[in-house]
Design a protein around this ligand. Structure first.
Ligand SMILES: [Fe+2]
Length: 557
C-alpha cells in the first residue's frame, strides 16, 4: 500500500504536435520504419475525405519511403504547390525516438491545380466543397518551406525539452513523495511508541507502513530471538509482500545468519542467505540489537523501481526504523515486566482481602473477569476491558478496613455493622487514590454499590450519574455475590440469579447493561468458581439460614 502514488509522467505526444501543426495549416503523418504512412492525421471528418484520399497517400508514400532510406531527409514537392516536410521526433511519446514524421504544406494556388481535383474526387468530395474545406490550410508559399522546416524543428525541440523537464520533475516528485512516505512511516513509528500496552499492533502496523514506504517487493521482521521479546511481540515472522520462502524457513535462515554475527546492529546487504533460494537477489538484513542482546531483525528483498540495487538510502531508512523497533521492543519488555509485577501486587492485595472471608474466595478475580466481559459486550474496546479487569480486582480493597467479624457474620447485620460495611468503597478509594496507574478505576471503587434508582451508597448517585465503570463492576459484583455461597446463605442457581438481575434492571442495575450480561458466555467464569470451590467451607444447616440477604441498598453484599 503506497500512501501517495506518483502519477506516471505524461509526455507531450505526437498528437499534441499534430494539433499544433493543424492550427498552422499543416497535416502531419507518422512514418513507419519502412516509409509507410500512418493513419489519416485528423479527427475532422470534413478534412478526412481530402487528407485520407488514396491519391494524396499515393503522392506522399514514395516521399516517405525515400526518407526512410536516408539519414538526412529533405523537403520534397511531389506536385506543384504541395510540400512534404520531414520532422524528426526525438523524444515524443507516441512516436518512437528518432522516428520521422511527415508534415504536408499546401500553397494558396494549389486549389486550382489539376491534382487537387483528382485528390478531392478520389476522396469522395466535390471539388468546390473540397476547396472550401482545404482553403484554410493553403497558406504556405514555396519560399517559406525552409523557414517552416526550421520552425517545426524548434517546435519539436521545445516539446522535447518539455518532455525532459517533465521527466526531471517527475523524478523529483517521486523522490519527494518517497521521502515524504519515509518520513511519514518513521513519524508513525515514533508517534506510536507510547502505546506499550499493544506491542503486536505496533509491530504489525510498523512493518506494514515501512513496506509501503520502501521500494522492496517484500519486507519481513522477527522479534523473538529472546523469550522476553517473543512474549511481547509474538514468536512469528511479520511480513508484507511475497516472501522468497515459507516463514519458518526464513526464521531458520535468519537465526543461522545472525547466530555468530557481531552485535553491531549494522545492516548487511547480501545476495546469499543460507537456507533461502539461491536466486533470492539482494537482501538487506538489519539485526535489532540492544547492548549485546540480539532482539530481532528486519529483512527486505526484491528491490524494485528504476534502481534495483539496494542503496544507502534504503539501508539508512531501515536502520532508522530498526532503531524505533528496538527501542520500542525494549520499552515494551520493560513495561510487560512492570505490568506483571503490578498485576502480581494487585492479585496479592485482593487475595489478602478474599482471605478475610473464605466465602468470598476468588470473588475479586471473578468480578474482574465478568467486568471485562461486560465491557467487551458493551463495545468499549480492549483497553477499557483491561481497565475494567483491574477495577474488578480492586473494587473491594476497602474491606481491608472492615472488621473480619462483620464481613463473615452469618445472618442479618445490625445497622451499625452494615454502616461499617458501607464504608469500604471510601476506604478503598483512600487506599488507592495515590497510585497514578489506578486513577481511572477509582470511580469504580468508590461507586460500585450505588444503585440505578439512587438508593445505593456511599453517595446515593442515580442512573447515569453513576460512572459507567462503577455500573459495570456493580453488575458483575451483584452476579457473583448471588452466584456464590456466603456465610449467611447458600449460592443461588444460575436461572434464579439471571432472573433476579433482570428483575433489578432499572431499580438497582443499569437497564442497558443487564440485557448484555444475560448473553455472556460464562464458561470461564464457571471454571473460576470450580477452582475456588474446594477452598470454601461447607454451609451447615443452610436450610435454616435466610435466603439471599437483601441488605439495605443492594442485593449484593
Ligand atoms: Fe463491594
Amino acid at each position: 500500500m503506497n500512501i501517495h502514488r506518483v502519477e506516471p509522467v505524461k509526455l507531450p505526444t505526437v498528437a499534441a504536435l499534430r494539433t499544433r501543426c493543424l492550427e498552422l495549416g499543416l497535416a502531419v503523418w507518422n512514418v513507419g520504419p519502412g516509409g509507410d504512412l500512418g493513419p489519416t492525421p485528423t479527427d475532422d471528418l470534413s478534412l478526412a475525405g481530402f487528407l485520407g484520399s488514396p491519391t494524396l497517400r499515393g503522392l506522399l508514400e514514395p516521399v516517405a519511403r525515400g526518407w526512410s532510406l536516408t539519414d538526412e531527409p529533405e523537403p520534397v514537392s511531389p506536385v506543384r504547390g504541395m510540400y512534404a516536410i520531414p520532422i524528426r521526433a526525438q523524444t515524443l511519446a507516441g512516436g518512437g525516438r528518432g522516428e520521422t514524421l511527415l508534415a504536408l504544406a499546401l500553397s494558396p494556388t494549389c486549389l486550382e491545380e489539376e491534382w487537387f481535383e483528382v485528390i478531392s474526387a478520389m476522396g469522395g468530395l466535390e471539388v468546390r466543397s473540397a476547396q472550401r474545406l482545404v482553403e484554410p490550410m493553403c497558406r504556405h508559399r514555396p519560399e517559406s518551406v525552409p523557414a517552416l522546416r526550421r520552425t517545426l524543428g524548434w517546435m519539436i525541440d521545445d516539446l522535447a525539452r518539455v518532455c525532459d523537464d517533465q521527466v526531471t520533475i517527475s523524478g523529483f516528485t517521486r523522490q519527494l513523495t518517497e521521502g515524504f512516505e519515509t518520513i511519514d512511516a518513521l513519524y508513525y513509528l515514533g508517534r506510536s511508541m507510547n502505546v506499550l500496552s499493544r506491542p503486536r499492533e505496533f509491530f504489525d502496523n510498523g512493518v506494514s507502513r515501512l513496506h509501503a514506504s520502501m521500494s522492496f517487493g517484500w519486507l519481513a521482521a522477527y522479534f523473538a530471538f529472546e523469550p522476553d521479546a517473543a512474549q511481547v511481540a509474538g514468536d512469528r515472522l511479520l511480513h508484507c509482500g511475497p516472501l522468497p520462502g515459507d516463514p519458518a524457513t526464513i526464521v531458520g535462515a535468519l537465526r543461522g545468519l545472525l547466530a555468530n554475527a557481531p552485535r553491531s546492529g549494522a545492516p548487511v546487504v547480501t545476495s546469499s542467505v543460507p537456507g533461502l533460494p539461491g536466486d533470492v537477489g539482494q537482501v538487506v538484513v538489519l539485526p535489532i540489537v540492544r547492548g549485546e542482546r540480539l532482539l530481532g531483525a528486519v529483512l527486505a528483498g526484491d528491490k524494485r523501481g528504476e534502481d534495483p540495487i539496494v542503496s544507502s538510502y534504503d539501508t539508512h531508512l531501515l536502520e532508522a526504523a530498526g532503531g524505533y523497533f528496538g527501542a520500542f521492543l525494549e520499552n515494551a519488555m520493560l513495561y510487560a515486566r512492570q505490568q506483571a509485577m503490578f498485576m502480581g501486587t494487585l492479585s496479592a492485595l485482593t487475595s489478602a482481602i478474599d482471605a478475610k472471608d473464605r466465602y468470598t474466595c476468588g470473588h475479586s478475580s471473578r468480578v474482574a473477569h465478568l467486568s471485562s466481559l461486560i465491557a467487551r459486550a458493551a463495545g468499549l474496546g480492549e483497553d477499557a476491558a483491561e481497565r475494567l479487569n483491574i477495577c474488578g480486582l480492586v473494587h473491594d480493597v476497602g474491606k481491608i478496613g472492615v472488621p473480619e467479624a462483620v464481613l463473615t457474620k452469618p445472618g442479618k447485620l445490625t445497622d451499625e455493622e452494615f454502616g461499617l460495611i458501607k464504608m469500604h468503597p471510601e476506604i478503598g478509594h483512600r487506599i488507592l487514590r495515590d497510585i497514578p496507574m489506578l486513577n481511572d478505576v477509582l470511580p469504580g471503587v468508590m461507586h460500585h454499590h450505588e444503585r440505578w434508582d439512587g438508593r445505593g451508597y456511599p453517595h446515593g448517585l442515580r442512573a447515569e450519574q453513576i460512572p459507567l465503570v462503577a455500573r459495570i463492576v456493580g453488575l458483575a459484583d451483584t452476579f457473583d455475590a448471588m452466584s456464590s455461597s456466603r456465610a449467611y446463605r447458600p449460592a443461588m442457581p444460575r436461572e434464579k440469579v439471571l432472573a433476579e438481575l433482570v428483575r433489578s434492571a432499572g431499580t438497582q442495575l443499569d437497564p442497558a447493561l443487564v440485557p448484555l450480561f444475560v448473553t455472556l458466555d460464562l464458561s470461564a467464569y464457571d471454571q473460576m468458581v470450580a477452582v475456588a470451590a474446594p477452598q470454601q467451607p461447607m454451609l451447615v444447616g443452610t436450610q435454616s439460614l435466610p435466603g439471599p440477604v437483601m441488605r439495605p441498598g443492594s442485593i449484593a453484599a
